[in-house]
Design a protein around this ligand. Structure first.
Ligand SMILES: *Cc1c(COP(=O)(O)O)cnc(C)c1O
Length: 376
């Protein structure tokens, strides 16, 4: 047989050839690791959700699922007390975040002007998917640093400093933020959204662990979309279900460019059943918040710098040795956390809040390492 030939380089778009794909947190193969690296929920879905999924495994698999996830859409509208045409469901919120680039942003190659129609803007640090989505779409990235305490500068300060683009086509705000854990008040979010002439997506992936949510801003401001997901707080990462809430015109724009069957049938069903058992999940939020507070205090007593968190993780600066040494030391002892080695925040670790037992194991290892005076 002849040696297979390679495809020609120019069969692939130059923009695509040069992309750097998103780096997801590691899904380790090693057994027995305490996995505190991707902000998954330590508690399983409600047994009722698992049962409903099991019961659905039958001949229905040959049929297409509901194309608009209509039942789920209706229930989400009820949950938030909004009209049905203000909700769209996606294959995880990541899908919707990507759809938004296509619906609202003009690729820069076609129209590189100063109007902001090609600009995607976000704070640094925030969700590391945003630059990836911007590059895939060929948008112009405007990355604006947060303050040194990871707070947002006021609108007045932004106007004075001139780095923020008030006409950006699309602005992503992770709130509460990741990886910092910091929450933003509705007052400051409102001021920012009102000052913005373009779409603002408030990415509330972690909002169930926070004090406040910004859903009301979707009614107040016609340019605001709130993004939610079943992944983190509803223990459903595996099923890929997220949704946006916002003005019907924006929802219609997104709806017109999505895949016909973007949300799989089992995912729709699992999310629907989840909404019938919210008290189970709310009890889990409380447990996670309680453990977060406890672990935060313990880490502080060991000399860690712990940022206040309104999420299910802590962003901490360990004492003594480099964060990379702590990361390795923890990993050697079967505790997996996240270290952003290629960033300006390489002096910190992000630790997902696990179950009580997992965090006891984690803290035991951290105390051992601290006693040695380093991560080694
Ligand atoms: C995890 C995460 C998402 C992705 O959620 P999916 O619904 O699983 O796609 C979105 N935004 C932020 C900030 C996240 O941390």
């Amino acid at each position: 047989m002849a040696k297979p030939k390679s495809p020609k380089l120019d069969w692939i778009r130059p923009l695509v050839r040069e992309l750097h794909p998103y780096t997801p947190g590691e899904q380790p193969k090693v057994k027995g690791l305490v996995k505190l690296n991707t902000n998954e929920n330590p508690y399983p879905p409600s047994p009722k959700v698992l049962k409903s999924v099991r019961d659905a495994v039958d001949g229905r698999f040959r049929l297409y699922p509901n194309p608009t996830a209509q039942l789920l859409r209706d229930k989400l509208a009820d949950l938030h007390g909004v009209e049905r045409d203000r909700v769209i469901v996606g294959n995880g919120s990541d899908e919707l975040l990507a759809l938004a680039t296509r619906a609202f942003v003009e690729p820069a190659s076609r129209r590189r002007d100063a109007s902001g129609r090609s600009v995607i803007q976000y704070w640094v640090p925030s969700y590391s998917l945003y630059p990836v989505l911007s590059d895939i779409h060929g948008a112009i990235r405007n990355e604006v640093p947060l303050q040194s305490d990871f707070g947002m500068p006021s609108v007045a300060t932004l106007k004075k400093e001139g780095k923020w683009h008030f006409q950006a086509a699309l602005t992503y705000v992770t709130t509460p933020n990741a990886p910092t854990g910091r929450g933003y008040s509705n007052q400051e979010l409102r001021a920012l959204c009102r000052a913005q002439d373009g779409i603002v997506i408030l990415d509330e992936a972690y909002v169930d662990f926070a004090e406040e949510n910004a859903m009301a801003l979707t009614e107040e401001c016609p340019n605001v979309l709130v993004s939610r997901t079943f992944s983190k707080s509803y223990s459903l990462c595996f099923q890929r279900v997220g949704y946006f809430v916002g003005h019907p015109h924006l929802i219609r724009a997104l709806d017109s460019i999505r895949d016909s069957y973007n949300v799989n049938g089992i995912g729709q069903l699992a999310a629907l059943e989840t909404l019938r058992h919210l008290s189970y999940y709310r009890a889990n939020f409380k447990k996670i918040i309680r453990i977060r507070k406890q672990v935060g205090m313990e880490l502080e007593s060991l000399g860690f710098d712990v940022l206040p968190s309104e999420t299910n993780f802590l962003f901490v600066k360990p004492p003594g040795a480099d964060a990379s040494e702590w990361y390795e030391g923890l990993r050697k002892r079967k505790i997996l956390v996240r270290w952003f080695g290629n960033s300006a925040f390489r002096d910190r670790l992000r630790i997902t809040i696990g179950s009580k037992e997992e965090m006891e194991q984690c803290m035991h290892v951290i105390r051992t390492l601290a006693a040695k005076g380093a991560g080694a």
